[in-house]
Design a protein around this ligand. Structure first.
Ligand code: NAD
Ligand code: UDP
Length: 344
């Protein structure tokens, strides 16, 4: 099960290095807050940098009391005064960027600046601190892929001027920057291409498909399938993703090429809606609405690189992960304080 796997990851790859000071940008968001929690829980010091544009302080409320956790409210497109972090830093996870299509499309220029200028600022910090830095890239660098499953060697099929371009092209430019900082300045870089990840800790109003469907079902509203629902996604549980990110960060310095992280089990969006309806006692039905422009038709990672080099593969099935997510969102919808137990 994923929980013991996370514990063994901490025990092997993290503790072997001793206690590390790690910056997590975007640490108040969905993935970032789970990552911060896993690192603090593993005995590390974490400095979370977040502008709270899509993140929430409530995601890290439990961590704020820890002496090993520090929160800095800051937008990564602005240069951070060097005096603000006047201690050695060994690791930087660069997760800052809205990830839900409706959130990253709300201010596309800011989204692009976040990936491009924000990455430059964090790469400069890595260079100055001598820290290793990991970029949270995305399956969106493949755009609407013409090959399936997507291998890391596939260059992608991306529109430069569509509604998703601010995200896709920003993330592609960030990958190039990470590569160039490695080649030109010797910064130790890692690039994780993250495929659709879901689970406890997501904002109920995030807008992505898993949280939308579960919250709609719990509230008795109809599930909004965009298009005819035949488009596919491969959904990875958050606990598995955090293990993969840490394992990539702690891999040999020579591993600088992008690595796909995701669950290769592929489902249509309609199948996902049906699975959610099978788990929630509800009067909700499925309704079909317009498919957004440039919505990718299929998405399925080839994870043989992660498998071979990181010895990583996801352990949590969609069935299990949806149960854990329904439990989490049930508490959220009922207005109960819900502990995020995704990775602890
Ligand atoms: P999220 O929106 O929940 O978290 C993003 C966090 O970054 C938020 O806390 C937000 O406030 C912060 N942020 C955004 N712009 C910022 C800026 N300019 N300065 C400082 N902080 C900023 O999204 P998430 O799902 O947790 O995604 C985290 C990262 O992983 C993102 O970079 C995203 O592109 C990447 N990713 C996620 C998925 C996924 O399925 N969850 C898939 C592919 C890639
Ligand atoms: N989707 C949907 N209904 C929703 C939200 C999303 O049918 O309420 C679809 C969306 O069109 C896409 C898939 O679900 O085909 C995944 O969307 P999401 O926003 O979660 O992430 P994406 O993979 O598009 O970045």
């Amino acid at each position: 099960m994923h929980i013991s796997d996370i514990r063994s990851t901490r025990a092997t790859s993290l503790r072997r290095e001793g206690s590390l000071t790690t910056i997590v940008t975007g640490g108040a968001g969905f993935l970032g807050s789970s990552l911060c929690r896993a690192l603090v829980d593993g005995g590390h010091r974490v400095i979370c940098i977040d502008s709270l544009i899509t993140g929430r302080l409530s995601n890290i409320a439990d961590l704020l009391a820890s002496k090993n956790f520090r929160f800095i409210e800051h937008d990564v497109i602005d240069v951070l005064d060097p005096g603000v972090i006047d201690e050695p830093v060994q690791r930087i996870y660069n997760l800052a960027c809205p990830a839900s299509p409706n959130k990253y499309q709300a201010n596309p220029v800011h989204t692009l600046k976040t990936s491009v200028i924000g990455s430059i600022n964090m790469l400069e910090m890595a260079r100055e601190k001598g820290a290793r830095i990991l970029q949270a890239s995305t399956s969106e660098v493949y755009g609407d892929p013409k090959v399936s499953p997507q291998t890391e060697s596939y260059f992608g099929n991306v529109n430069t001027i569509g509604p998703r371009s601010c995200y896709d092209e920003g993330k592609r430019a960030a990958e190039s920057l990470f590569h160039d900082y490695n080649v030109q300045y010797g910064v130790e870089t890692k690039i994780a291409r993250i495929f659709n990840t879901y689970g406890p800790g997501m904002d109920r109003d995030d807008g992505r498909v898993v949280s939308n469907f579960i919250v709609q079902a719990l509230e008795g509203r109809d599930l909004t399938v965009y298009g005819n629902g035949t488009q596919t996604r491969s959904f990875c549980y958050v606990g598995d993703m955090i293990v993969g990110l840490v394992r990539l960060m702690e891999s040999a310095p020579g591993l600088t090429q992008p690595v796909n992280l995701g669950n290769p089990d592929e489902f249509t969006v309609l199948e996902l809606a049906q699975q959610v309806l099978g788990k929630v006692r509800t009067t909700s039905k499925i309704v079909f609405t317009d498919l957004p422009i440039d919505d990718p038709c299929q998405r399925k990672p080839d994870i043989s690189t992660a498998n071979r080099i990181l010895k990583w593969s996801p352990k949590t099935s969609l069935d299990e992960g949806l149960d854990l997510s329904v439990a989490f969102f049930s508490g959220e919808v009922a207005g109960l304080p819900v502990a995020n137990t995704a990775v602890v």
